[in-house]
Write a protein that binds this ligand. Structure first.
Ligand code: AMP
Ligand code: GLY
Length: 422
């Protein structure tokens, strides 16, 4: 496993449930993953280091968690060294690495998305903003850890943001995508791809803002739940057919077959689902709510995705239970973030029936588990109804404490309400 966040911990746990009883290694892992896998002191983005460690350890399969090493070509480098890897090659990962490229693919494959323009300079952008409609959404082209999107309510706000991109250059030397603001509710649909076929996993909903009621700045994700009322397997398959399949078909025709997870972040608009973004990997924190419900063997699914056509006849089975993940973040997140705070209550939380605590930003200092900044922990609970899953997750989260801990109180409230009134 490559990576060291909550998503990687959830993937490690799912891999461990495989009938193959794998020996698991993780680079670099964290203070929680170390209980489930042997951690290697290697950065996830250290392509050469990961390749030589995988060779030295005679690893059978490398599963890559984060986008940065995928975009940097880790899978290409592993395959060149004869090591099997799960994830797209660099050319496929560009669907996340460049928003301009993603928009080009969506246009070429007729995938529904917001209308947009690509702006290359301050002057070009100012001219465009004078005739744009508002609110408008401004996005840096490259990877920005979820922080490269500005929603401008008015032209005045958008004009202020121009300098962020072209004067302050917060996102480096970048092109900017300005797109139509879509209204609706967001949905994440992750699908396994084998170069030809698309196998959607159970859908999830992510809570991106730091504060209850979807207020405050965007984060990497403050919680999630799965499944999502109104999106049964048939409806999810329809979305995958309209959104993921045309992209996989296009990339195959272009000679760059896509293998791995293709994640569509969607807005469910009055005119149907439209793509906000594609990611080239499992979502964080969606994965923490999706994988505990997976009953199929994740290693078999990863291996099948690597073979062209390998997913034919393969299904991904999920339990009928609901899963809710609450993220515990450090003080100051997503702006600054504190670290080194001692965490208490982990064992008590994990001992509650149906609860799993996965680590994101944790470290071990003087034998104690401490925060390491950003999102710190994920508390996931499963239950027969969204209400029970949510109550368990919050009961467990309430047992954990560290100085400055932030958590949203309304994760999965929408699902609880909808299922109760259905
Ligand atoms: P992205 O990184 O492109 O997914 O954008 C991050 C977040 O910004 C999304 O999850 C949405 O909440 C919001 N967003 C992005 N694009 C749009 C859009 N066209 N309309 C409305 N909200 C958007
Ligand atoms: N949950 C958002 C992401 O993984 O990009």
């Amino acid at each position: 496993m490559v990576g060291g966040g909550g998503r990687e911990h959830a993937i490690v746990r799912a891999l461990a449930r495989s009938a193959r009883a794998p020996e698991l290694l993780c680079a670099p892992g964290n203070a929680g993953i170390v209980s489930d896998a042997r951690c290697l002191d290697l950065g996830a983005e250290d392509v050469r280091g990961v390749v030589s460690a995988a060779a030295a350890e005679r690893v059978d399969l490398v599963v890559v968690g984060p986008e940065a090493p995928l975009v940097a070509g880790l899978v290409d480098a592993l395959e060149a060294a004869g090591i099997a890897a799960f994830g797209p090659r660099a050319e496929g990962a560009r669907i996340e690495g460049s928003k301009v490229h993603a928009k080009e693919l969506m246009a070429a494959a007729s995938v529904p998305t917001a209308s947009h323009a690509v702006l290359r300079s301050r002057d070009e952008m100012l001219e465009h903003l004078a005739r744009a409609s508002y609110p408008a959404v401004l996005k840096a082209d490259g990877l920005a850890a979820g922080k490269g999107v500005i929603i401008a309510a008015t032209e005045a706000e958008a004009r202020e943001a121009v300098d962020v991109f072209f004067v302050e250059r917060r996102f480096g030397d970048t092109e900017v995508v300005v797109e139509e603001h879509l209204e609706g509710e967001e949905l994440s649909v992750l699908a396994l791809c084998d170069g030809e076929n698309v196998l959607p996993l159970a859908p999830a909903q992510d809570y991106k803002r730091i504060l209850d009621g979807d207020r405050g700045p965007n984060t990497g994700g403050m919680g999630s739940y799965s499944p999502v009322p109104g999106f049964d397997p048939a409806r999810t398959q329809e979305i995958a057919d309209a959104v993921h399949r045309p992209i996989v078909d296009l990339l195959r025709r272009r000679g760059t077959a896509y293998h791995g997870v293709l994640y569509a972040g969607l807005m469910i608009t009055a005119a149907g689902p439209k793509v906000l973004e594609f990611n080239c990997r499992f979502g964080d924190p969606e994965t923490q709510a999706v994988l505990p419900r997976l009953r199929s063997d994740l290693i078999e699914l990863c291996l099948a995705s690597r073979r062209r056509g390998g997913l034919v006849g393969v299904s991904a089975e999920f339990t009928d239970e609901w899963a809710v993940t609450v993220v515990l973040a450090s003080r100051g997140y997503p702006g600054s973030s504190s670290r080194g705070e001692v965490i208490s209550g982990l064992a008590d939380a994990a001992s509650i029936d149906g609860v799993e605590v996965t680590h994101a930003g944790t470290a071990i200092e003087d034998g104690e588990i401490v925060t390491a900044g950003g999102r710190v922990l994920n508390v996931t609970a499963v239950g027969p109804t969204p209400g029970e899953a949510r109550d368990r997750a919050y009961q467990a989260a309430g047992l954990i404490s560290f100085e400055g801990m932030q958590m949203r109180a309304d994760i999965a409230a929408r699902a609880v309400e909808r299922v109760a009134t259905a």
